[in-house]
Ligand binder design. Structure first.
Ligand code: RB5
Length: 149
């Protein structure tokens, strides 16, 4: 499975831990940066990963910033992206099963590395349930279409 990952400076250490974990599990992972602790802007990395996902170059994306909030808000501006900020494993499987989330967002300052890796594993192993959930996602897509100029 191909995974795209990105972070700002606030998420760079956790991103590295996640990359090491994904490689140890034989996931095919591409790091979209940042790769330093110098202050940078999370929308830049959200956009790189989100565009790679909508281009279908990767199955899922993972985005990390200090809280996970800014980077998920930015990613969700790209039509076709359903980025879910998760800080527990229940939400991580529920967002795959119900929302067909294609990006997992994490807050490096709010979730420790052990829990973050459990959330990543749970997200990647859960399956979308379709049916009534697809109809609701279709309504999200209709909202996107209404506002795309
Ligand atoms: C960077 O200081 C911080 O604002 C960012 O990582 C994130 O938490 C934004 O939502």
């Amino acid at each position: 499975m191909k995974i795209a990952i990105g972070s700002d400076h606030g998420g760079v250490d956790l991103k590295e831990e996640i990359i090491n974990f994904l490689k140890s599990e034989n996931y095919d992972v591409k790091d979209f940066g940042t790769n330093s602790k110098a202050s940078c802007d999370y929308p830049d990395y959200a956009l790189k990963v989100a565009e790679a996902i909508v281009a279908k170059e990767f199955e899922f994306g993972i985005l990390v910033c200090g809280t996970g909030i800014g980077i998920s808000i930015a990613a969700n501006k790209v039509p076709g992206i359903r980025a879910a900020l998760c800080s527990d494993t229940f939400s991580a499987h529920a967002t795959r099963e119900h929302n067909n989330a294609n990006i997992l967002a994490l807050g490096a300052r709010s979730v420790g590395p052990g829990l973050a890796l459990d959330i990543v594993k749970t997200f990647l192993n859960a399956k979308f349930e379709g049916d009534r959930h697809q109809a609701r996602i279709d309504k999200i897509t209709a909202i996107e279409k209404k506002y795309i100029k």
